[in-house]
Design a protein around this ligand. Structure first.
Ligand code: SF4
Ligand code: SF4
Length: 470
């Protein structure tokens, strides 16, 4: 029965089932409709992108692809190589600052609305409600002896849960290999061992955490729940019970009990809480700030003709009558958003300055130089060039300076294959009479004439036994 259709008396009867629960039993939270429920649905639906992500194609390939063997990350037109991995650190800092900033302003928004644990749990319990009924009916079913009906309902529910868990696992693995090939290999039982291991871990994790442990994972396992208190302050807005207005709580106000507060002690706020918290007892570690108790209480206030907001998003200061300061005046928000902006700037700079070719040149040390029979001095260099583009590049290597040092043969042509690291060696030569010093500074130039136009320079030295010591 939905809460709109329940009378206050029926709610009081239901309340016998609702109590604070810290893990002793499976929580069957009641579902209510309302503003925050809608936000939760919307936020959860964003996770559907996770399932369709591997099916996007770009330039004939999987658009989002972690290519572990080639150590590349592809995202549409962008390819990130190990050399650009510093940007990943900035992305992690950016995500952390977003989380910290949002938590400082509005508490555990991530936990209540976006976290995969709460979102998957929400989907699992929604299915459970569709199959087994409302919380009261589910508790009765759990307590009932096994019969054909119970077996049928339980089997159907667990099959659907398992299917979600399998699709979740396959989708995760699909970000690391071609999704269509992966499906074929799983279905023909021909997938590599690592793919089976990933699938097994995800199926187990999803099925057990979302199906059985539910929000107890938030309460007992999640480290974020432990550290969030350092991010909150007296200005953070959180689901808060207005005790001044609500107390003394008691049955609906009426003749003889006019002095009572607005809380009619129906306990619906406890019944809808996925972690079994009683928000009226103040902020507690188990609260994931999902706002379900706000929707529940608002529906009750509507029933008893009292203003909404007995439970509402509010800060500790606001509750004592102090006005909430502007965001830009809060030191935490300033600090988090400054680091956030710096990270964004670094990532934008990195993305717009990824060179199409990476070059590294190492001078051979054993031996440092070779004296040829005609008197010339030779040095050997090992060159590694990474072509990060999607096309082969025809490049020419030369020496820029008028140092008296040249490549044996003048210049060297080399083809850099698309998306590959090409190693090759080159010999430089010089006549001893042209060398002023034992260590001559030189500059390699690697360039092409096609598109994209590439011109890279790389400083190095040429070693010889003649000339001045530097
Ligand atoms: S706070 Fe609201 S929902 Fe909770 S018991 Fe009181 S009236 Fe009911
Ligand atoms: S107390 Fe309210 S906001 Fe906190 S977890 Fe429970 S329902 Fe969500």
């Amino acid at each position: 029965m939905s809460e709109e259709k329940q009378s206050i008396e029926e709610l009081y009867a239901d309340a016998a089932h609702w109590h604070v629960n810290t893990g002793g039993e499976t929580i069957h939270a009641k579902r209510v409709t309302g503003r925050f429920r809608n936000y939760k649905w919307f936020a959860g639906s964003l996770w559907l992108l996770y399932f369709i992500g591997p099916y996007f194609r770009w330039d004939g390939q999987q658009a989002i692809f972690f290519d572990i063997p080639h150590r590349q990350f592809h995202m549409f037109a962008l390819t990130v190589w190990p050399q650009d991995i510093w940007m990943l650190s900035l992305v992690l800092i950016l995500l952390a600052m977003t989380l910290f900033g949002v938590t400082a302003v509005a508490g555990r928004v991530w936990c209540g609305y976006f976290c995969f644990q709460t979102v998957w749990t929400d989907w699992f319990t929604w299915l459970e409600e569709k199959i087994e009924g409302n919380p009261v009916q589910r508790r009765k079913l759990d307590a009932a002896p096994w019969n054909a009906r119970k077996i049928r309902l339980k089997l159907f529910k667990h099959t659907l849960w398992m299917l979600i868990a399998i699709v979740t696992g396959v989708t995760f693995a699909a970000y690391f290999t071609d999704v269509f090939d992966l499906w074929l290999r799983y279905l023909s039982l021909d997938a590599p061992l690592v793919a089976w291991a990933v699938l097994a871990a995800f199926v187990f994790g999803t099925y057990v955490f979302a199906g059985f442990m539910r929000e107890q994972v938030c309460f007992w396992l999640c480290p974020y729940a432990r550290i969030q208190s350092v991010m909150l302050d007296k200005d953070t807005i959180l689901p808060t019970y207005d005790a001044k207005r609500g107390e003394p709580r008691g049955k609906v106000k009426g003749k003889g009990n006019e002095s009572r507060g607005d809380c009619i002690d129906c306990q619906l706020c406890v019944g809808v809480c996925p972690t079994g918290v009683d928000i009226r007892e103040g902020m507690q570690e188990g609260c994931i700030h999902c706002g379900m108790c706000i929707d529940a209480c608002d529906s009750i206030m509507d029933k008893v003709n009292r203003p909404r907001g007995l439970i509402r998003y509010s800060s500790e200061k606001e509750m004592t009558g102090i006005k909430l300061p502007a965001l830009f005046k809060r030191p935490r928000v300033i600090a988090y958003s400054s680091i956030f902006m710096l990270s964004v700037a670094g990532i934008v700079y990195g993305l717009t300055h990824i060179p199409p070719v990476e070059l590294s040149i190492v001078h051979e040390r054993q031996p440092l130089y070779i004296r040829m029979s005609n008197g010339e001095i030779h040095n050997k260099y090992t060159i590694k060039a990474v072509n990060k583009t999607l096309d082969d590049l025809h490049m020419r290597l030369s020496i820029d300076d008028e140092s008296g040092v040249t490549i044996v043969g003048g210049t060297m042509d080399v083809v850099l294959q698309a998306g590959k690291m090409v190693p090759f060696s080159v010999f430089l030569t010089a006549q001893p009479e042209n060398l002023q010093e034992k260590k001559t500074r030189i500059r390699f130039i690697l360039e092409n004439t096609g598109t994209p136009a590439v011109r890279l320079s790389y400083k190095s030295v040429f070693m010889s036994p003649v000339g001045k010591q530097e």
